[in-house]
Design a protein around this ligand. Structure first.
Ligand SMILES: Nc1ncnc2c1ncn2[C@@H]1O[C@H](COP(=O)(O)OP(=O)(O)OP(=O)(O)O)[C@@H](O)[C@H]1O
Ligand SMILES: [Mg+2]
Length: 292
């Protein structure tokens, strides 16, 4: 769905449509598909009103009706509900262009009441499978994927909060609604897009300093690479994409994951900037047994 259509649906969503969407979210955990009667009970609405709301939601492709006459919530519906809730809470006042499309999320631009730009990350767990398997089979799992997306947004929100409080350069997370995470917008490029850096050694050491700081509060990104580091217009680096971060003290593969994160970054700097930095030295530095 285009961002323009999405913005229109968010604005035009009726009160009863919101109630039905909320009922879907409440019932998803226990139902692969949901029928009209169940929705009427949960939404505390007359069955005729539920039917009317379902027709409207179906026309806008915010839900999907299967052959068995059951209904499924789909990502577009969860997006519209979450964005509507953020608008009602006064967190965002309008939605803009798509900033980034990752494997597990779409990141879109939004504006708040003061005119500041924000980034809204809408999780899309299972999207890869959506494309590769038949629609019929996909519907069987759609609710569990939506729930996994809600959980990922929650995890990343909490990690970003902890990291920010510890002084790690991550976008400030400002709000959470369902699978939508609102954060500060960073104007910059992903490291992978930077063909030229004024001082690559400084940038690499800055990244290592941040990984070390995260490690000091017990967090390992576990998805660190040149794709998840932003380099902004002022030459500052930002480490993004933390939903899968792991506990450095309790995760059984913590050390291997940290090593992989560091390897990815060191490999990139070596290839692109001819800058060689010893992996064991980086590991020792991050785990605090050595000064950089
Ligand atoms: N706060 C932000 N400010 C500006 N751009 C951002 C911000 N957060 C994310 N982006 C952009 O959106 C893209 C996708 O974000 P992110 O890496 O968090 O999602 P993802 O789907 O989990 O990615 P991946 O494909 O690495 O799994 C990023 O590569 C980046 O270009
Ligand atoms: Mg990413």
């Amino acid at each position: 769905m285009s961002m323009l259509d999405m913005a229109r649906h968010v604005k035009e969503l009726g009160y009863e449509e919101v109630r039905v969407l909320k009922a879907f979210v409440m019932m998803m955990r226990d139902h692969e598909s949901i029928d009209e009667e169940q929705l009427a009970v949960r939404a505390k609405m007359h069955i005729d009103r539920v039917r009317y709301a379902l027709t409207k939601l179906n026309e806008k492709n915010l839900i999907y009706r299967s052959y068995s006459r059951g209904y499924h919530l789909v990502y577009a519906g969860l997006d519209v509900l979450a964005l509507r809730e953020l608008a009602d809470r006064g967190v965002i006042s309008s939605i803009g262009r798509t900033i980034g499309i990752g494997k597990e999320a779409d990141v879109v631009e939004a504006i708040d009441d003061h005119g500041s730009v924000l980034a809204v990350k809408l999780f899309r767990i299972g999207r890869v499978s959506f494309r590769s398997i038949a629609r019929k089979r996909m519907l069987k799992d759609v609710h569990s994927w939506l729930l996994a997306s809600i959980e990922s947004a929650r995890m990343e929100f909490h990690s970003l909060r902890r990291l920010k409080a510890a002084g790690v350069n991550v976008p400030r997370a400002t709000a959470l609604a369902r699978h939508a995470l609102v954060m500060e917008y960073v104007e910059g490029l992903r490291l992978v897009e930077c063909t030229n850096l004024d001082d690559p050694k400084y940038v690499l050491e800055d990244i290592l300093r941040n990984i070390r700081l995260a490690y000091s509060i017990g967090l390992i990104s576990a998805d660190l690479s040149e794709y998840n580091v932003l380099y902004d217009v002022n030459g500052k680096i930002w480490i993004i994409d933390w939903p899968q971060s792991v506990d450095a003290r309790t995760h059984p593969n913590a050390r291997a994951l940290l090593e992989r994160d560091l390897k990815n970054i060191l490999r990139f700097f070596s290839k692109r900037f001819d800058l060689d930095y010893d992996l064991s030295k980086a590991m020792a530095y991050v785990t605090m047994s050595e000064e950089c």
